[in-house]
Structures are given as structure tokens and as C-alpha cells.
Design a protein around this ligand. Structure first.
Ligand code: NBP
Length: 475
């Protein structure tokens, strides 16, 4: 067999599917897994693609099987296993070979790994891969960070295996260093917010209006035909329509309301805070998952305070369902505006020069947040006058003018009924704060000067000023 064009280390869900995807697109691929039986089983189950797969029992065999300069995708558990794998691989590689970490790495680890390989002759790529098992097998969204020359060596393979949106590959080189993993982290943060807002709207339809899972599934199904059209809305309709084989009840009704939060959503929020960029809808979504995990405490508090009725005084129900659709749309705009603002700031801080329109374009297919909506975001960032924030992009101003009223209506009614909508409420507060020309930080500045002589700026006058604070106003 010809030498492999690329190698994949780690044959769990993601690595195995990525390797099959590579083979299916016509590229010979070498594979290796720490536990050798997994490699043998993978090859035995590769069916008609087995001929393009070289299973390797040792790392030395694996390295020898790949055409130099060798691109090696590491798709093992994120964290220490990646460092351990790199340490074992390094002595076997030659100058010019490319180590590609395709797992969910913290971009700060990616930056460290670049530094550790500096001067070794080896190059490194930090590559975000989104789309889960299905994406890895049939077309993920691929976010690449590293040296542009290293990307050139793997571009053909990555372009071939990536998802396609109207024929355009959802794979791109986004910048040096940790750029790819950072963008993947923000993607996951936005995914948290998207999912949380959908769950909040589901809660209002279930508890506020008393709809069953099937009816709610139909509503999401209808919305998927309109402006909310997206993978997450589509799968929400699908999961709400599914029944439990054991009880015959809707599947969602037998699932415990407890969710975890893994690294990436939290990292997105931490990085946003570190840079001083408000990402409140994403934060609310991460916190909501943490609160959901406190099931026992929540039940104890409900016993103490009594349950809220949660029933919404919704008036015309059909009209209210229409408002829910617009509220979700408005919340989504605010959450994406926050995510893109986080990336814009990081781009400056780390000198990545992130291509915002390209990021939106490679998220249009393959990844979990894929949607038509991202096509509109891409067009907003394509215009020569880059918007400071998506909320002021012409593509979204008309939409927000239409949708912020319904969002306000939905959040206020939910609040009165005691139905928590933390991400939608955070999105609304962000919008209202962002478009408030004169806010209330003048008082904060006065307080800070009063207790700490921190100084303040005056309206329309340059310089730094201080009290006195004992004088009553004379005008
Ligand atoms: P896992 O994250 O479950 O990791 C399992 C793989 O890591 C196995 O191949 C295992 O080898 C290997 N491994 C471990 Br554990 N420790 C190792 C070590 N010290 N040295 C070498 N190999 C080691 O696999 P996954 O779910 O396929 O995810 C892979 C990466 O992709 C992760 O970073 C994940 O966060 C990311 N990701 C996952 C998804 C998803 O939907 N699953 C989506 C997007 C990104 P063994 O067989 O010998 O134990």
C-alpha cells in the first residue's frame, strides 16, 4: 500500500470516525491507539475502507507508515494524555513533521505546546473539531491554528473531510498559535447559550402553557422551517418527538433534569472575564448547568419556599407562541454578539487577526451550532465596515427592532410567574445596557471617588477630577 497521507492516534469515538472519513475521501491513513486491540478491532470493522487503513501496533510502525513531512493527528482524551502522547511520539519524528492536536484542548495548553516544540524542528497545529461523532465521520467543522505552512501540508485532506455548505468546505486556517482552539472554545460557549435558551423556551411551553412534549416538538419543528432554522432546533424537535421504549412516555419526560458542564463552556466564560468582555448569556448558560446539577438542593429549596405556579398569563396563546419564537431569535443574536465580541478582543490581545467572516462561514455546516443564521453573520462581517458588535450590524438591527419587544414580554411574564429564564434575561439585559447611551456608571464613579479618591471624568471635558463631596448642589 502507498504510504499514508496522514496518521491518526486515538481510536475512540472521534479518532475512529475521523480516520474513516479520511479513508473514505481517498487518502491512505495510518492509525494507532495506545491499547493495540482497539487498533486491530478498528481495522477489522473498517469494511471496504480497510484497504486504505494501515493499522499500527507500535508508534515506530505508525511513524514509518506516513509520508514525510508527516502530519499526525492526536485525538486522545484532552489534557495530560496529549502531553504524554507527544512525549512518546517526539523522538520518532523528523524535522518538518507536524503534530496536530485535534481534541478539545484549552488554548493556553496549545500555546504552551507550541512553545515546548519551538526549536525542535517539529511543528504543531491546534485544531478544533466540532460536530461530534456524526461530524467526525461525515464532515466536521474544522478550526485550525498554527503556522500557515503546516496547514498547507494538510489543507487538502482537511478540506476533503470537512462539512460542506453549498459546496464550500467548513475548514479554515484561522491564525497562529492557539487561534483554532480558542475559536472552538467560543463555539462551545455559544453552543451552551443556544441550548440553554432553547431549554428555557421549552420550559415556558411545558410549564407556562401546559403543552406536552409532542406539541412542543411540533412547535420547534415549525420554527425550524423559519428564521430559527438550525441543527439544534431540528434535533430539539426530534428529541421531543421520541418515546421511551420502557414506559411509552415521551423520552424527555423520563430524563433527569441534571446536566453537567465540561471544560469548554466554562473556559469561554473565564477568558471573556479575563479580557473584560461581557458574555453574560454564555455565563448564564454555564451557571444554569451548574445549578441543574444541584438537584437535591433545588428540591430542598422548593420544599422551603413552595413551588411557583409557573403558569403564564399568556393571553392569546398563538400570539404568545409567536413571541417565544422571536424572543429566542433575539436572545440568540445577543449570545452570538457576545461570542464574536470575545473573539474580536482575543484576536487583538493575542495578535491572531482572526477572520470573523470565515469563522461564521465554517460554522455554517458540520458543527453543533450550524444554521442559516451564521450565513447572515458571515455577511455582516464581510462588509468593509466591520461592525463593532453584531447588535449594530445592519443585518441585525432590523431583526432586533422587531424581536426585542417580544423578548422583553417573554422575560417579564416568565419572571412574574417565577419561571427562570437566566440566559434569555441576560441577553435582554445585555441588549438594553448596550443600547443605553447614558447609563448609571456615573454613580459608581462618584462612589469610587468618595471612598478611594479614584477620580472621575466630567461630561464633555477632558482630564481627571475629584469631589468635594460635602457641598450640596447650588443649581
Ligand atoms: P476520549 O476523550 O474518550 O479519549 C479516549 C482516547 O484517549 C482513547 O483512544 C484512549 O486510548 C486515549 N488515551 C487516554 Br484515555 N489516555 C491516553 C494516554 N495517556 N496516552 C495515549 N492515549 C490515551 O475520546 P473521544 O471522545 O474520541 O474524544 C477525543 C477528543 O476529541 C477529546 O479531546 C474530546 O474532548 C474531543 N471531542 C470529542 C467530541 C465527542 O463528541 N466525543 C466532540 C468534539 C471533540 P485507550 O483506548 O488506550 O484507552
Amino acid at each position: 500500500m502507498a504510504q499514508a497521507e496522514i496518521g491518526v492516534i486515538g481510536l475512540a469515538v472521534m479518532g475512529a470516525n475521523l480516520a474513516l472519513n479520511i479513508a473514505e475521501k481517498g487518502f491512505p491513513v495510518a492509525v494507532y491507539n495506545r491499547t493495540a486491540e482497539t487498533t486491530a478491532r478498528f481495522h477489522a470493522n473498517a469494511g471496504e475502507l480497510a484497504g486504505r487503513v494501515t493499522p499500527c501496533a507500535t508508534l515506530a510502525e505508525f511513524v514509518a507508515a506516513i509520508r514525510p513531512p508527516r502530519p499526525v493527528i492526536i485525538m486522545v482524551k484532552a489534557g495530560d494524555p496529549v502531553d504524554q502522547q507527544i512525549a512518546l511520539l517526539r523522538p520518532l519524528l523528523s524535522a518538518g513533521d507536524i503534530i496536530i492536536d485535534a481534541g478539545n484542548a484549552n488554548f493556553r495548553d496549545t500555546i504552551r505546546r507550541f512553545a515546548e516544540l519551538d526549536g525542535s524542528g517539529l511543528t504543531f497545529i491546534g485544531m478544533g473539531v466540532s460536530g461530534g461523532e456524526e461530524g467526525a465521520r461525515h464532515g466536521p467543522s474544522i478550526m485550525v491554528g498554527g503556522a500557515a505552512q503546516s496547514y498547507a501540508r494538510v489543507e487538502k485532506v482537511l478540506t476533503a473531510i470537512a462539512a460542506k455548505y453549498r459546496g464550500e468546505a467548513c475548514s479554515a486556517w484561522l491564525g497562529p498559535g492557539g487561534a483554532g482552539h480558542f475559536v472552538k472554545t467560543v463555539h462551545n460557549g455559544i453552543e451552551y447559550a443556544d441550548m440553554q435558551m432553547i431549554a428555557e423556551i421549552y420550559g415556558l411551553l411545558r410549564d407556562g402553557l401546559g403543552f406536552g412534549a409532542k406539541e412542543i416538538g411540533s412547535i420547534f419543528g415549525c420554527w425550524n422551517e423559519g428564521r430559527l432554522n438550525s441543527y439544534l432546533i431540528e434535533i430539539t424537535a426530534a428529541v421531543l418527538a421520541a418515546g421511551d421504549a420502557r414506559t411509552g412516555r415521551p423520552m424527555v419526560d423520563v430524563i433527569l433534569d441534571r446536566a453537567g458542564q465540561k471544560g469548554t463552556g466554562r473556559w469561554a466564560v473565564i477568558e471573556a472575564q479575563m479580557m473584560g468582555v461581557p458574555a453574560t448569556a454564555i455565563e448564564a448558560a454555564v451557571a444554569a448547568r451548574s445549578l441543574s446539577a444541584m438537584k437535591d438542593e433545588r428540591e430542598g429549596a422548593e420544599a422551603l419556599y413552595g413551588a411557583n405556579s409557573l403558569r403564564l398569563d399568556a393571553g392569546d396563546r398563538t400570539k404568545f407562541v409567536g413571541e417565544l419564537e422571536l424572543a429566542l431569535l433575539a436572545g440568540k443574536v445577543a449570545a452570538y454578539a457576545q461570542g464574536f465580541a470575545v473573539m474580536a478582543t482575543a484576536s487583538k490581545e493575542f495578535s491572531w487577526n482572526l477572520p470573523m467572516a470565515t469563522i461564521a462561514r465554517i460554522w455554517r455546516a458540520g458543527c453543533i451550532i450550524r444554521s442559516q443564521f451564521l450565513d447572515t453573520i458571515a455577511s455582516a462581517f464581510q462588509s468593509p465596515a466591520q461592525p463593532a458588535n453584531l447588535l449594530v450590524a445592519p443585518q441585525f438591527v432590523t431583526l432586533m427592532k422587531e424581536a426585542h419587544g417580544p423578548l422583553r414580554h417573554v422575560v417579564s411574564r416568565s419572571t412574574l410567574a417565577g419561571a427562570p429564564v437566566p440566559a434569555l434575561a441576560a441577553a435582554l439585559a445585555y441588549f438594553d445596557s448596550y443600547r443605553q447611551g447614558r447609563g448609571t456608571a456615573n454613580l459608581i464613579q462618584a462612589q469610587r471617588d468618595f471612598f478611594g479618591a479614584h477620580g472621575f471624568e466630567r461630561e464633555g471635558e477632558p482630564g481627571t477630577f475629584h469631589g468635594p463631596w460635602g457641598n450640596p448642589p447650588s443649581a
